[in-house]
Design a protein around this ligand. Sequence first.
Ligand code: KIV
Length: 288
Amino acid sequence: MPDTRVSIPELLNMKRSRTKITMLTAYDYSMARAVDQAGIELILVGDSLGMVVLGYESTTAVTMEEMLHHAKAVRRGVKRALVVGDMPFLSFHVSLRDTVKNAGRFVQEAGCDAVKIEWKNGIEDVAKAIVDAGIPVMGHVGLTPQTAAGAGGFRVQGRDAESALRIRAQAVALQEVGCFAVVLECIPDALAKEITERLSIPTIGIGAGPQCDGQVLVSYDLLGLFESFTPKFVRRYATMAETIREAVGAFRDDVRQGFFPGREQTFSMPPEELARLQQELGTSRGAA
Ligand code: KIV
């Protein structure tokens, strides 16, 4: 694996040469390190953090401070991948001034390389303000979880011609204001193909079929660590929650049966020091 940092021009070259791009979420040092060492190009500190790590019911509860806390940990674990901080709900919704400030915190305080913003009305101005401040921006269209509840729930978007054209226009608008890539979430494969062919920046799909320039999944879904529900677009490559239950159960049994700790996990004293200690203990006990 080359140890040079992944760059935005490299991602554009990957699109041009039809080399698929991979992106996964990470939320802590150890996971980010393993994901990075496996050769993933983009690591997203996603606001999915709220549901899969913090146990909230939706992503809208996640705060800037929580995102920054986890983004800093991820940054410490990553040497090669481009680290993208996901701007949480309300961090880019109030004023452009606060938006740029919040995007800047991901870069200055957490060391992220870029930020991601979900589509909402007026997002072009928001994305442009962040890009103009010198911060690379990834857009996100289709199903946008932060506003999904108000927009009719968590379902596939762009299934009729009118909404398909709207989503395509949103992706084009994000490219025009300078986004370096766009996530396409939960849209039909034909629409994702059309957008991918139309854009010169990479599309990263999640539930958007195989024609996107890259694919992203929530790592806890891919690893089988988050079991509350599994969206149709997820493929599980491991059953880590099960592995954890088995390992923890084995530890509990070993402790109860006296098999843990064994000799290898136990520290001993040099025999002469042990003899001295026993002598001291005998003397002090005798004196007491
Ligand atoms: O927060 C997240 O994990 C995301 C991905 C699903 C793209 O936005």
